[in-house]
Ligand binder design. Structure first.
Ligand code: ADP
Ligand code: MG
Length: 227
């Protein structure tokens, strides 16, 4: 009868632990990556048949970092509280992560989120969900195009649209979104949307994707408006 409580306490501990681990592990990953790159540059001629080992090691470190990013970009080792959130504020933080990424990979961002929209949720979880969707959009642009984000309130729901002019998806891919480890990318984790769907569900929200191959993709997310 109190197993529910125990379960949520355990979840809380796991989630705090994960946040600490993510924070602690990121730095050594970065340092090791840097050292490997230095070694690779300085020891161009090494033992025969080992030339690729540096690259493999760096790729594997990058993979570990990407997995952390998909789960724990905003994670902080503190209680996971649910608050009333101002959507525009949340998007401002998300922009801080996404704009540099867009500058790096190509493509740009157009955002129109009015300051009046409020929903209930955990700030770091919500931001993680949004980043994972927008990151996919930027990656789908393959160097050029636009990601448009807009939001409004309708029938006591806050509605968020994230639309890109990227590669798009066919029916076969659309129906597999959110499946763990489902990826079509060389260096994908296939974990981003799984995490995102779970977060939106916990927040009593819904998400739908519309997409057309070669034209683009639009995600529509609905949350109950806070009042
Ligand atoms: P990953 O990004 O690591 O591949 P995700 O769960 O984030 O994992 O996405 C799964 C797959 O869904 C992607 O590999 C891609 O094929 C497809 N996808 C998701 N979002 C988009 C998008 N905006 N445009 C095109 N394809 C997308
Ligand atoms: Mg992704």
């Amino acid at each position: 009868y109190n197993s529910e409580l125990q379960r949520s306490e355990k979840m809380e501990i796991i989630s705090q632990l994960a946040a600490s681990v993510a924070h602690e592990v990121r730095n050594p990953l970065q340092v090791t990556r840097g050292l490997l790159q230095l070694l690779e540059e300085r020891h161009k001629v090494v033992v025969p048949n080992t030339e690729n080992y540096y690259k493999l090691a760096i790729d594997e470190l990058d993979r570990a970092s990407t997995i952390i990013t998909d789960f724990l970009t905003f994670a902080k080792p503190q209680m996971e509280q649910v608050h009333e959130l101002n959507l525009a504020e949340e998007f401002k933080h998300v922009e801080g992560i996404i704009v540099p990424l867009a500058n790096l990979q190509g493509g740009h961002l157009e955002m129109s989120v009015p300051r009046s929209l409020r929903i209930m949720g955990n700030s770091s979880k919500l931001k993680q969900a949004l980043v994972n969707i927008i990151k996919n959009s930027i990656e789908a642009l393959e160097g050029s195009g636009v990601v448009k984000i807009w939001a409004y309130e309708e029938h006591e729901q806050v509605v968020i649209h994230i639309a890109d002019s990227g590669a798009g998806m066919d029916e076969r891919i659309l129906e597999r979104l959110g499946e763990p480890y489902f990826t079509n990318k060389n260096k994908g984790t296939g974990l981003g949307l799984m995490v995102t769907f779970r977060i939106i569900e916990v927040m009593q929200g819904t998400i739908k994707f519309k997409s057309q191959k070669g034209v683009g993709t639009e995600a529509m997310i609905r949350f109950p408006a806070a009042r």
